[in-house]
Design a protein around this ligand. Structure first.
Ligand SMILES: NC(=O)c1ccc[n+]([C@@H]2O[C@H](COP(=O)([O-])OP(=O)(O)OC[C@H]3O[C@@H](n4cnc5c(N)ncnc54)[C@H](OP(=O)(O)O)[C@@H]3O)[C@@H](O)[C@H]2O)c1
Length: 226
């Protein structure tokens, strides 16, 4: 595939590397080449099969609009824009486009989400629960998209909105902890990313999966092999 990766940062650079390893032709654009999404015109994207976005919460919406106007499939790894999720879903539908997003493209975290769904039963039985997430000091959004998704899953199952504590320090790739506490015991579930490679591989696999599909998707659709 001919892939356009938006973002030359920590994750975008690795996505480009993984995509090349998987035999794709890759072009990468950073902020300077694409101010406000200006580079994403139908003409400029004519030879692009799919776009993968790992940019910033500010940059991602103009990028999505450009991709949908050009009718190009898009994988969005960027987080911090989910307050606009409904608007983006409508845009994808109206433009008969194709978009897949995930707060976290690692297989482990997506399995962890299912663990969160199961563990929410403890909240219904009176356990006090709390989410803690820890990321590198440069991370722009808080709480992390992954922690927000865990909170949403537990709320759907238990009816309670858990508090999230966000810690920003050093070069931590990403750690998420769910804590459940009762007078009798404590449960702790931890996911700790060792590197960004799991995110990059998941995003490239998602772009491959998206080929020929139309609609609004999440990473769990890829894992379910829909
Ligand atoms: N879903 C997942 O699995 C996952 C995993 C890791 C990270 N993330 C998310 O992905 C995003 C990026 O993370 P990161 O750690 O890679 O951040 P980062 O190192 O800060 O990189 C962000 C990059 O976006 C570029 N950028 C800004 N505006 C742009 C535009 N209009 N067009 C193209 N590029 C633009 C920046 O370019 P300049 O350097 O030129 O400013 C920078 O290179 C964050 O939202 C993060 O939360 C998601």
């Amino acid at each position: 595939m001919r892939l356009l990766v938006l973002g030359r940062g920590k994750t975008g650079a690795l996505v480009a590397e993984v995509a090349r390893e998987r035999g794709h032709e890759v072009r990468v654009m950073g902020a300077e080449e694409n101010p406000g999404g200006a580079a994403l015109t139908p003409d400029a994207l004519r030879d692009v099969d799919a776009i993968i976005d790992f940019t910033t919460p500010q940059a991602v919406i103009p990028n999505i609009i450009g991709a949908m106007q050009a009718k190009k499939p898009m994988v969005v790894g960027t987080t911090g824009w989910y307050d606009k999720l409904a608007m983006v879903r409508d845009l994808v539908r109206e433009s008969s486009g194709s978009l897949l997003y995930a707060p976290n493209f690692s297989i482990g975290v997506n399995v962890f989400f299912e663990g969160a769904r199961a563990a929410a039963a403890a909240v219904k039985h009176g356990y006090a629960a709390h989410i803690v997430e820890r990321h590198h000091a440069q991370k722009k959004d808080a709480p992390s998209g992954t922690a927000a998704r865990m909170q949403q899953i537990i709320q759907e199952t238990s009816g309670k909105e858990l508090e999230i504590t966000s810690i920003r320090e050093g070069d931590v790739v990403g750690t998420h902890v769910m804590l459940f506490d009762s007078p009798n015991d404590t449960m702790m579930f931890t996911h700790d990313a060792k590197s960004r490679r799991g995110f990059a591989e998941g995003a490239v696999v998602a772009a491959e999966w998206l080929r020929g599909k139309q609609g609004f998707f999440e990473f769990k659709d890829v894992l379910a092999g829909k």
